[in-house]
Design a protein around this ligand. Structure first.
Ligand SMILES: *[C@@H]1O[C@H](CO)[C@@H](O)[C@H](O)[C@H]1NC(C)=O
Ligand SMILES: *[C@@H]1O[C@H](CO)[C@@H](O)[C@H](O)[C@H]1NC(C)=O
Ligand SMILES: *[C@@H]1O[C@H](CO)[C@@H](O)[C@H](O)[C@H]1NC(C)=O
Ligand SMILES: *[C@@H]1O[C@H](CO)[C@@H](O)[C@H](O)[C@H]1NC(C)=O
Ligand SMILES: *[C@@H]1O[C@H](CO)[C@@H](O)[C@H](O)[C@H]1NC(C)=O
Ligand SMILES: *[C@@H]1O[C@H](CO)[C@@H](O)[C@H](O)[C@H]1NC(C)=O
Ligand SMILES: *[C@@H]1O[C@H](CO)[C@@H](O)[C@H](O)[C@H]1NC(C)=O
Length: 837
């Protein structure tokens, strides 16, 4: 009975969790770089521009950090590294979806002083000095969530064109953890092209190369622009991309720091590498020296008290710097050559090479590009820092279709060879491999594959070559299910040689999925009415039949679709998705992460409210003091009040000032200790209460499960789910037991070893796990695409051939394979007390 009440209390909370979707939402565009983050927002009726941060900066350092318990962003967080080298997290972009044992992850350790740890998904997390671990997605999400003032939910993110499905999934996960929704991803070179086209016309078609030298890579995108056809606006078509993942601003910084390290170590006979603070200081100094060397032939590095109380000073020449980068010389312009090669073009076809990205300011990179393409081809006509974010915003606005924007159509490509493989037959181990989306395939296309199979089978998706060293090639496995029954039914209906058809989608945002699967067969009796051109394909030649998005639906196909014969011989099949290597975050992962971020946000909001209340209270008192001032005799206040009344107010005011200065503005670590001591019993009570209610729930649920199993009745939960909840509970209990013991040993004048915010966040994880089961109403349905098995598949067979028009594709296709959204948490919910249970 008690449990029922808990259940209904929890159910009542659920409607609060749903966010209303405003019809006039703004679109937020984010260019998330390795070093800098830029954002722009498109709101109806408002001129759009790059968003400024609180210091009116147009670009913000992509860093998040902690100074004790205060979370900092941007340059505040970046500068923190010199004092708290384990609590300042920069260059996180490198780590998105990177396997823990990949080259990227070890490279990261050479550029950052942060501690790298493994997540449960085998990817990388960073560890704060207080033990808190944050996955790359969580750290990125915190930075995405930093535009709370703007009422946005839809976001478009600019990503490098070489981002694989692994990294694209990670970006979309970060957006969700931030409580936002991904409208689309756009490749950054393409976004610059959109920005370029915004103010230009192309009466004759032109090719340009967008050359982007960033922090973590250098990339080139060959783009054609045309609006010779006035009815269809401007058309931007990506023709080829090239990239180099080993060269960029970060690698140059690293090499420059090596010079500084050697200089220090030699001069002072010490090893600065052993000193994290010193290494962090030198990292910052290397960046500064590099910038000076862009305009000067020499620079002086100076760091006061670098380590061991030694002030460091060294002169660096540009030649010296360029010498240690000799081996990179061939890398700078190579992406342009590769992109042209992929596009099947030469420099003669190119009108200009548009430079963008911070590292194009480095003289040796500029020189290499000039030498490669000729000085007259170089164009500096877009804003190197902002073109991508502004282009992304415009593209996002046109996708959301709430804005009237210049009509710019974009066709992008996928730069990787993507192949499928599957067993030739159920009984063999022979595999058939098909290059289904060769490098250069247009984004926003569908392909149909035909399989002559009688049983369930699995289609594997691989990159033909690893997308980066240490990355797996396999990224997706899609099971096609219910084949035997569907084929049997078709055969029974009189179909000859029924087959399985799967529609493979490469979305506008660069995601691969199986968007539908059907069993299909021609029924003899209808042979006159169903003139479907179909050649009997054996699995060996199950060549993907391409249906380009630009061909759209032809009238002939429309007719076919209406004929009942086609309807009758198609049965929709279920698909199930497995991520065999680097899985995206599960819905539970995302919910937990969202809760952790919410807990911080709520605490920060409480601190901010207190500060604001204090300020307005103080302001009010000063105004009151002015009114009481003996010199202000003529005010209505003085005229209408009696001396005794003013005296009473003045006394109260004095009292309030004293109180405010004693209590209201206390600063320093002892305040934090005091607040923690105050908050601890409540937090402990809360933690134990969730421990207790979960235990209670588990006991009862297990009894019921056993009883239901005995009576052969359906259960709301599986044993595995209860086991998993129990595991979460045990983790919570043992953490609590361990740390509460430790905390008991801490004196009042010492810093607490556990923070109540962490206790709350952990209790929240348990609460979420419990809620998930408690709110369950019906027996669990396995997570699969549910489908109808009747004959209402008017769309399925036909849509495979039709392909949706380019523009609607990104908006309508789910861009992630696990589309269940995380519901952002509502306000902090009141907890049921023990009495209520
Ligand atoms: C112009 O665009 C329209 C619609 O996309 C198309 O039907 C027509 O063939 C195009 N004309 C030229 C000259 O490309
Ligand atoms: C590229 O330039 C070559 C040589 O000038 C020319 O033959 C070719 O048609 C051009 N290709 C395109 C697509 O304009
Ligand atoms: C598809 O999945 C649903 C739910 O799991 C199931 O009810 C249905 O029978 C399945 N259909 C086929 C054709 O396997
Ligand atoms: C196959 O036919 C049986 C009997 O008509 C029907 O119950 C079942 O749903 C059909 N299955 C599929 C996958 O169409
Ligand atoms: C903990 O909760 C119980 C039951 O609601 C209450 O009696 C007790 O006072 C609480 N303790 C603290 C320290 O809040
Ligand atoms: C959790 O609750 C159980 C009883 O339900 C209790 O025995 C256990 O000590 C509690 N653990 C902690 C750490 O409070
Ligand atoms: C267990 O079964 C009883 C009786 O059907 C029901 O009232 C109760 O809600 C169930 N409890 C759980 C946790 O399923």
């Amino acid at each position: 009975m008690q449990l029922l009440r808990l259940a209904s209390a929890l159910l009542l909370l659920l409607p609060l969790l749903l966010l209303p979707h405003s019809a006039f939402a703004s679109v937020l565009a984010i260019d998330y770089g390795t070093d800098w983050i830029k954002a722009s927002v498109m709101s109806p009726g408002v001129p759009f521009d790059v968003l400024l941060n609180k210091d009116s900066k147009r670009k913000i350092q992509a860093t998040v950090g902690w100074k004790n318990t205060d979370r900092l962003f941007g340059s505040d967080a970046f500068n923190l590294a010199a004092r708290f080298p384990s609590d300042s997290f920069s260059s996180v972009k490198y780590l998105l979806a990177a396997p823990f044992d990949s080259d990227i992850s070890s490279y990261y350790s050479t550029i950052s002083t942060a501690e790298v740890v493994k997540t449960s998904r085998n990817t990388v997390a960073l560890k704060q000095s207080d033990g808190n671990e944050w996955s790359a997605e969580e750290l990125v999400a915190m930075q995405f969530a930093r535009w709370p003032g703007e009422k946005v939910s839809d976001v478009i993110i600019a990503v490098p064109p070489y981002y694989s499905q692994f990294q694209r999934d990670a970006v979309v996960d970060a957006v969700e953890v931030a409580g936002l929704r991904t409208l689309a991803l756009i490749n950054d070179g393409t976004a610059v092209a959109v920005n370029y086209a915004m103010t230009r016309n192309f009466p004759t078609p032109e090719y340009h190369v967008i050359f982007d030298a960033g922090a973590s890579s250098i990339r080139a995108t060959v783009v054609s622009f045309s609006n010779s056809n006035s009815t269809s606006g401007t058309q931007i078509t990506v023709a080829g991309v090239g990239y180099d993942l080993t060269t960029g601003g970060t690698e140059l910084d690293r090499r420059l720091r090596e010079i500084l390290i050697d200089a220090f170590n030699t001069k002072h006979n010490k090893n600065i590498r052993e000193d994290k603070r010193g290494m962090a200081k030198l990292w910052k100094e290397a960046g500064r020296v590099k910038a000076i060397l862009s305009a000067n032939t020499e620079a002086t590095a100076t760091v006061e008290s670098l380590a061991w109380d030694i002030d460091f000073k060294a002169k660096i020449t540009r030649t010296e710097f360029e010498n240690v980068c000799q081996d990179l010389k061939g890398h700078y312009a190579k992406p342009i050559e590769d992109a042209l090669l992929n596009a099947g073009l030469t420099l003669d076809n190119i009108t200009s090479v548009i430079l963008t990205g911070g590292s194009t300011r480095t003289p040796m990179i500029q020189a290499a590009v000039k030498a490669s393409v000729g000085e007259d081809k170089i164009a500096l006509n877009v804003n190197a820092d902002e073109a991508a974010v502004l282009g992304a915003a415009l593209h996002g606005a046109s996708l959301s279709r709430q804005f009237k924007t210049k009509d710019i159509k974009v066709t992008d490509i996928n730069p990787f060879d993507i192949q499928t493989s599957y067993l030739a037959a159920a009984s063999t181990s022979r595999t058939i491999t098909t290059l289904v989306f060769p490098a250069g395939s247009k984004a926003g296309t569908k392909k149909t594959m035909t399989f002559k199979r009688k049983d369930d089978f699995v289609i594997n998706f691989d990159y033909k070559n690893p997308v980066a060293p240490g990355f797996p090639t396999r990224f997706l496995e899609v099971g096609i299910e219910g084949v035997a029954e569907a084929i049997a039914n078709l055969t029974e209906l009189g179909a000859t040689d029924p087959v399985v058809k799967a529609t493979l989608t490469l979305s506008e945002s660069g995601f691969i999925s199986v968007s539908s699967a059907v069993a299909f067969g021609e029924i003899k009796d209808d042979s006159i009415a169903a003139p479907l051109r179909r050649t009997a394909e054996t699995p060996e030649n199950a060549a993907p039949r391409e249906s380009e998005s630009s061909t759209n639906s032809t009238p002939e196909k429309e007719e076919e679709k209406k004929k009942p014969a086609v309807k009758d011989n198609t049965i929709t099949l279920n698909t199930s998705v497995v991520f065999p290597t680097i899985p995206p975050m599960t819905v539970d992962h995302k919910k937990n992460s969202r809760s952790r971020l919410r807990a911080i946000d709520l605490d920060e909001a409480a601190v901010a409210r207190k500060e604001e209340a204090r300020n307005s209270f103080e302001g009010y008192m000063y105004r009151l003091r002015d009114l009481l001032d003996e010199n202000n005799r003529d005010t209505p206040f003085t005229q209408c009040s009696q001396d005794s009344e003013r005296k009473a107010i003045a006394d109260k005011l004095e009292e309030s000032f004293t109180w405010l200065h004693d209590k209201g503005s206390l600063k320093g670590p002892f305040v934090h200790r005091y607040q923690e001591i105050e908050a601890f019993p409540q937090a402990l009570n809360n933690s134990q209460m969730w421990n207790w209610s979960t235990r209670l729930f588990l006991t009862e649920a297990r009894q019921n499960l056993t009883a239901e199993a005995a009576a052969d009745l359906p259960s709301k939960w599986t044993k595995e789910e209860l086991d998993s909840l129990e595991k979460t509970l045990k983790e919570h209990e043992s953490w609590l037991a361990e740390w509460v013991e430790k905390q008991k040993a801490v004196k009042s004048n010492e810093d607490p070893v556990i923070e109540t915010t962490e206790m709350k966040a952990r209790a929240k994880v348990l609460e979420t796990a419990l809620q998930k089961l408690v709110k369950r109403k019906v027996p669990k349905v396995v997570k699969k695409k549910t489908t109808t098995t009747s004959a209402v598949e008017t769309e399925t067979a036909a849509s495979a051939e039709e392909a949706t028009p380019v523009v609607s594709d990104a908006a309508e296709e789910p861009i992630i394979p696990t589309p269940t959204p995380v519901t952002p948490e509502g306000e902090q919910v009141p907890l049921p007390t023990h009495d209520e249970l």
